[in-house]
Design a protein around this ligand. Structure first.
Ligand code: GTR
Length: 327
């Protein structure tokens, strides 16, 4: 049987051989990973970034995107990037919450009012400050991408208020914040990696999960979980992280070029996001998903202590104030 370690070593070897074949031709290629499928806005935005880098360097530098979790689970790709096996990974804040305290304020419940608010806050000083913090642990924060509003979905019933969730076993990302959020709502929070959710739903290991419209659609979770409740409890955004060692080793001028291409890809990503969100919503509605509004104020009240707990940290409190000032 192929062990997890064996598999990761295999992925590392594939990346290394790709790099050497490019090096032999006098050009070099950056490798990037994403757990989402081809066509997902984050994957397409990274490809766009790669094309832009290749065009500007006349093909001297390129970017190869491994989508669909080909290089492993999100948490694994963070370490692959920290240790230089992989150059860039696109992950959600949830995967970083435990190891990078500053990210907690971005994932906590009811911090952002809307996608527009989140974009505005991340484009300003709060976003820049959080990106900077990754450098202390071997990573360079290149840019934030959207992740929309996370909502609950399950196989049993519409959820209107927190009590409707009581007793359900819900998958949450492996993050203490999401576990605390689940507990605050009376669910049995079950941390699993993204790729494990579909079969966990099918085999009734879990009753539901939470995510945004595009993930609900492209992961095909909607085929099993037929009730979607518009809780919008977190906007936990995505981030593009690059191996710091590899970034520092880029040729003169290329650091700025890579940073600038990542920054420009954000606008492209947002355009794709807005269109894909509408398309995914329409698709799952046409497939017969039952959607309902929730008593959002009740959800907010029930989870307020989770945010308050994290705001006892003065640094998080300051970042939070910056976020609210951008509302
Ligand atoms: C998605 C996010 C993924 C992954 C997933 C999850 O919204 O884009 O990177 O974190 O959620 O819940 O695991």
């Amino acid at each position: 049987m192929l062990t997890r370690r064996g598999w990761l070593l295999g992925a590392g070897a594939a990346v290394t051989s790709l790099r050497s074949s490019f090096a032999a031709s006098g050009s070099s290629v950056l490798t990037a990973a994403d757990v989402h499928v081809a066509g997902y806005p984050t994957v397409e935005a990274m490809r766009w970034m790669g094309e832009s880098i290749a065009a500007e360097t006349g093909g001297r530098l390129g970017l190869r995107v491994y989508h669909s979790g080909q290089l492993g689970r999100e948490n694994d790709t963070i370490n692959l990037a920290r240790f230089g096996v992989l150059d860039i990974t696109r992950v959600n804040m949830a995967a970083l919450n435990n190891a990078f305290p500053a990210t907690r304020v971005l994932s906590a419940p009811y911090v952002f009012d809307s996608t527009a608010h989140m974009r505005h806050a991340l484009d300003g000083p709060v976003g820049r400050e959080i990106l900077r913090r990754f450098e202390t642990r071997g990573l360079v924060g290149l840019a934030f991408y959207d992740s929309g509003a996370r909502c609950f979905y399950n196989v049993h019933r519409p959820v209107h208020e927190p009590a409707d969730l009581h007793g359900l076993k819900l998958r949450v990302p492996p993050s203490d914040i999401f576990i605390a959020l689940g507990r605050a709502l009376g669910v049995n929070p079950t941390p699993l990696s993204y790729g494990e959710i579909y079969s966990a739903l099918q085999t009734h290991l879990i009753d539901g999960a939470e995510n945004n419209w595009i993930s609900f659609d492209t992961s095909r979770h909607f085929e099993v979980a037929r009730f979607w409740s518009q809780s919008e409890h977190s906007y936990s955004p995505e981030v593009l992280l690059m191996c710091k060692e590899r970034f520092d080793a880029l040729a003169a001028g290329d650091e700025e070029l890579v940073r600038a291409a990542a920054t420009r890809s954000v606008n492209y990503m947002r355009e794709l996001w807005d269109k894909a969100e509408e398309a995914s919503k329409a698709k799952v509605l046409a497939a017969g998903i039952q959607v309902n509004e929730v008593d959002r104020a009740a959800f907010h009240r029930a989870t307020a202590h989770v945010l308050e707990h994290y705001l006892q940290d003065p640094e998080l409190d300051e970042l939070y104030r910056g976020i609210r000032a951008a509302a």
